[in-house]
Design a binder for this molecule. Structure first.
Ligand code: PLP
Length: 430
């Protein structure tokens, strides 16, 4: 039988770092990644036959758990009808209609294959629509790995960003301004200086790529006002939060706090594909019709709206609309976070945590961080120890302190209790 270690050796010979996406390599926490052989419900099984309670859920998509029968049926039926046609299908219309029904801020939507592609295309559309070049993003938010988004803040607001990846020429990010999340003063200053040149502001409304940090309602309100005043588009990147924090997505939560609120463009991924490669971006017809073939903004994809992926996404969206789905998912997720905080308190370990729907985060610090700097200042050493102690006890958390966690509908109360018992031991063990 192959071991995780032998597979990791073998993988590293043929795949850079042994992985096809960096965080899977466990660099942030050390150790050997688990090679997954199969998954079922709330569990992953590795190459050595060990079972783990899965709190990654493929980084968000698996909201129903693994191998949900309705999803498997839909995918199996679709596979038999054909893997890809490169021509339009009725199923794409159905999925578009389903998404638009649930997201009132959008009148039209375009389907693509990854969140990276969707975010990149939304930015091109915003630039094409406004005829402007500049874009604003926030430190710690991830919108995929398009060149213009791999940026860290320059020195001061007068200067634009610096690339965070080799291979991205500084000229490519010269139009990207990076601000601190939840920092109203920086936001005001950025618009005062550059308002008439800003094509769009892109934000994760609940940031899941710096663990779990909510945009404060006052921040979102002012952001909306400034975008409207200056004619910039507000782009909500809901690749992670979409149909994950609630059926109404994060924008629905903010609309409840800020009546009438809506973003101009929205980006979805993860849950809408139910585990298959599928993402989307959408907005008002007036903006969306700037896209080719009707408009001048080019965007295309060989596998866009793939018939198997759309079947998987549709089946997933149907299931999450069952009455009470998010109430029970939200309650279960909250019981996990509340339980972790109790266990930490008993152990005398400072911890804070938060959750919404099936997404959660916890931090080894007494107060919830408000931006990336505060997230990265939390206890990394303790996180790594906790991560490995949990993994040893059959609980698979995200292998980095800046990643959110996910609970699925397949997680039972017994899974939560087993997780909390593991946490009790892990925090006691030191
Ligand atoms: C995962 C993610 C992306 C990128 O999606 P991929 O499908 O990995 O390309 C973009 N934005 C957010 C908020 C994400 O969480």
């Amino acid at each position: 039988m192959s071991t995780n270690a032998s597979l990791f050796d073998r993988a590293q010979r043929v795949i850079p770092g042994g992985v096809n996406s960096p965080v899977r390599a466990f660099r942030a926490v050390g150790g050997t990644p688990r090679f997954i052989a199969r998954a079922e419900g709330a569990y992953l099984f590795d190459a050595e036959g060990r079972r783990y309670i899965d709190y990654i859920g493929s980084w968000g998509p698996m909201i129903l758990g693994h191998g949900h029968p309705a999803v498997l049926d839909a995918v199996e039926r679709a596979v038999r009808q054909g893997l890809s046609f490169g021509a339009p299908t009725e199923r794409e219309i159905e999925l578009a209609e389903e998404i638009l029904k649930l997201v009132p801020s959008m009148e039209q939507v375009r389907l693509v294959s990854s969140g990276t592609e969707a975010a990149m295309s939304a930015i091109r559309l915003a630039r094409g629509h406004t005829g402007r070049a500049k874009l604003v993003k926030f430190e710690g938010c991830y919108h995929g790995h398009a060149d213009a988004l791999l940026v860290k803040a320059g020195s001061g607001l007068a200067t634009f960003g610096n690339p965070t990846s080799a291979g991205v020429p500084p000229e490519v990010v010269q139009h990207t301004l990076v601000l601190e999340y939840n920092n109203l003063e920086q936001l005001e200053e950025a618009f005062a200086r550059h308002g008439q040149d800003i094509a769009c502001v892109m934000i994760e409304p609940i940031a899941g790529n710096m663990n779990f940090v909510r945009a404060e309602p006052a921040f979102v309100r002012r952001l909306r006002e400034l975008c409207t005043e200056h004619g910039a588009l507000l782009v909500f990147d809901e690749v992670m939060t979409g149909f994950r924090v609630g059926l109404e997505s994060a924008q629905g939560l903010y609309a409840r706090l800020l009546p009438g609120f809506r973003p101009d463009l929205s980006v979805f991924g993860k849950v809408i594909g139910g585990g298959m490669p599928l993402a989307a971006f959408g907005g008002p017809r007036e903006v969306m019709e700037k896209l080719a073939p009707v408009g001048p903004v080019y965007q295309a994809g060989t596998l866009s709206g793939n018939p198997v992926a759309t079947a998987c996404g549709l089946a997933t969206l149907k299931e999450i609309q069952r009455p009470g789905f998010f109430e029970s998912l939200g309650a279960r997720t909250r019981s996990l976070v509340d339980g972790l905080l109790d266990v930490a308190r008993e152990a005398g370990v400072p911890m804070s945590g938060d959750s919404e729907g099936g997404m959660f985060g916890f931090f080894f610090t007494g107060r919830l961080p408000r931006h990336y700097g505060e997230v990265m200042a939390t206890d990394k050493e303790r996180f790594s120890r906790f991560f490995h102690a949990m993994l040893d006890r059959g609980v698979y958390l995200a292998p980095a302190l800046y990643e959110a966690g996910f609970v699925s509908a397949a997680h039972t109360e017994a899974d939560i209790q087993a997780t909390l018992e593991a946490a009790r031991e892990a925090l006691r063990a030191r």
